[in-house]
Design a protein around this ligand. Structure first.
Ligand SMILES: Cc1cc2nc3c(=O)[nH]c(=O)nc-3n(C[C@H](O)[C@H](O)[C@H](O)COP(=O)(O)OP(=O)(O)OC[C@H]3O[C@@H](n4cnc5c(N)ncnc54)[C@H](O)[C@@H]3O)c2cc1C
Length: 484
């Protein structure tokens, strides 16, 4: 196994459960991949994911091993789920309770809660079909989808219309539209390029809720790593794989720090592009560099991990700053890649709910600006955007912040490349556009090597923590079918 992100831990545990002896080689010093954590000056920062959505997927993962989430970590539902700051000082605190959520819609657009309920009924259907059937398909051949509830329901699933046009059938208020469109930004593409199928994300957001594992997102990694240990998986950190060793069309193992480790099956949970372009000879790759250049990658991110020596007023655990032109920033990410003039950004203040993440009386800030993949950062660029975010935050919250910064670490495109071997510094894989869905995603199986598989956010079902857990299960099932 190469890599110990969520997909790597998932495939490893699923295979160990079926009796395989599994050994993971991870280049970094701790498991978790993009969900690593670090401590500094009394602060604990989750480095990547911060939104715990789709709790049912985590429940199902642990239940497969006869366990419960609560055997490994405690969850709290956040209320408000998150806050959104719009232009002109408008602020929306999104309530967890559905009746209160409907009332909030009514206060922005009279009668809109009826449209919302119809929209969510469709979204629930998509969630149920999507999460029970669609995401567990290995995406190897079209016939997998032939018997799927679909063909009859294809129109209802709305693969061929865009989310942007779909939401406009139900709602017209611009603030409510932004609220319903933002979740698909997690999938790495514009609402106008994302199939309306993904309104299932709105169901996840509004009905299933936003949760937080006490102690941080890294608790999930620790839980999975503990489970892995309990069922015999060995995790070797600081162990970068340098080569997948081949004997004609067969992988015999991997080379790590010059040493050969034999294996009957090799699974790579590292970024797909890196696995193919760096660990395999050209003639054994599924895809060429030209193929990768033609893909739509999800954004990279400019991240700031910030410690403040005082408490802030006016922020919640999750805060979205949509106070600038949404489409202009999206264009700078997807259409004409450039450093954004006035970006939207996101701030997570974990210390609002988790006192363990910051010293007493202090605040823990995680700031994220989505940026186009492949835009190489410099110290000057990082400083510019830090000051820009501080200006905006100080203006909106009407309090001084930057003079209270006692800790700051920046992380950007070049760090994604060096830390995770990420193609173009992508933060979360391939965008979920129609042309990059299901069988149109990079295949989980190498076509020329009979025992080499791929898992993770660059293959099926796609980006995000829950899909990465599912990706590991799907690949493990395929391996079991062939090798057990
Ligand atoms: C900033 C950020 C915010 C995000 N926010 C959210 C969120 O709020 N909610 C959500 O659900 N998702 C979120 N995501 C997406 C989510 O984190 C990812 O989709 C998921 O963690 C990907 O898991 P993975 O296992 O596919 O890949 P990774 O986590 O990248 O794991 C791949 C592993 O392979 C290792 N590796 C690479 N090359 C080698 C090699 N040669 N040898 C050995 N090991 C190697 C890497 O070090 C890494 O540990 C976010 C991602 C980022 C970056």
């Amino acid at each position: 196994m190469i890599g110990s992100g969520f997909a790597g831990l998932s495939v490893a545990t699923n295979l160990a459960k079926e009796g395989f002896q599994v050994e993971i080689f991870e280049k970094n010093s701790m498991p978790g991949g993009r969900a690593q954590q670090f401590q500094a000056e009394g602060f604990t920062f989750d480095m990547g994911p911060s939104w715990y959505w789709m709790p049912d997927v985590f429940d199902a993962y642990f239940a497969h091993f006869g366990k419960k989430v609560s055997d490994y970590y405690e969850l709290d539902r956040l209320d408000p789920s998150y806050s959104v700051f719009f232009d002109g000082g408008k602020r929306m605190d999104v309530p967890a309770d559905f009746d209160a959520f409907c009332q909030m819609f009514e206060s922005y657009e009279k009668g809109s809660s009826e449209g919302l309920k119809r929209f969510l009924a469709e979204a629930q259907y998509k969630y149920e079909v999507g999460m029970n059937d669609l995401v567990y398909k290995p995406g190897l051949k079209l016939s997998e989808f032939a018997d799927w509830r679909v063909i009859s329901g294809a129109f209802r699933l709305q693969l061929f219309s865009s989310l942007a046009s779909h939401v406009r059938k139900y709602i017209s208020n611009p603030y409510l539209l932004q609220l319903l469109e933002f979740p698909v930004l997690f999938l790495g593409a514009m609402p106008s390029k994302t199939p309306a199928l993904y309104s299932l994300m709105n169901y996840a957001d509004i009905k299933l809720g936003t949760w937080y594992p006490r102690g941080g997102m890294y608790k999930i990694v620790e839980g999975m790593a503990r489970l892995a240990g309990e069922i015999g998986v060995r995790i070797n950190c600081g162990a970068a794989v340098e080569e997948i060793v081949l004997d004609r069309g067969h992988a015999t193992g991997v080379r790590v720090n010059g040493n050969f480790h034999g294996a009957d099956v090799v699974v790579s949970a590292a970024d797909y592009h890196h696995t193919e372009q760096k660990l395999l000879p050209t003639s054994y790759r599924n895809y060429s560099e030209k193929y990768w250049e033609s893909r739509t990658m999800a954004p990279s991110s400019l991240l700031y991990y910030v410690g403040l020596n005082r408490k802030l007023d006016g922020l919640e655990h999750h805060n979205l700053f949509f106070d600038q032109d949404f489409l202009k920033h999206a264009e700078e990410i997807y259409e004409k890649p450039a450093w954004p003039a006035n970006p939207l950004f996101y701030v997570s203040v974990t210390s609002k709910t988790d006192l363990s993440s910051a010293p007493e009386g202090c605040e823990n800030l995680f700031i994220l600006i989505p940026t186009a993949p492949g835009l190489l950062d410099t110290p000057e660029i990082k400083e510019h955007y830090f000051q820009l975010v501080m200006d905006r935050l100080e203006g909106i919250l009407e309090q001084s912040i930057r003079k209270n910064v006692t800790f700051r670490r920046d992380f950007a495109c070049t760090d994604f490349m060096s830390t995770y071997n990420s193609f173009k510094g992508n933060a979360y894989g391939l965008a979920n556009t129609l042309m990059q869905t299901a069988i149109l995603k990079p295949s989980i199986k190498n076509k020329r090597i009979d025992n080499l598989y791929y898992t993770g956010q660059l293959t099926v079902p796609g980006p995000g923590v829950p899909p990465s857990l599912i990706s590991g299960r799907v690949v493990a099932d395929e391996i079991c079918k062939k090798f057990q």
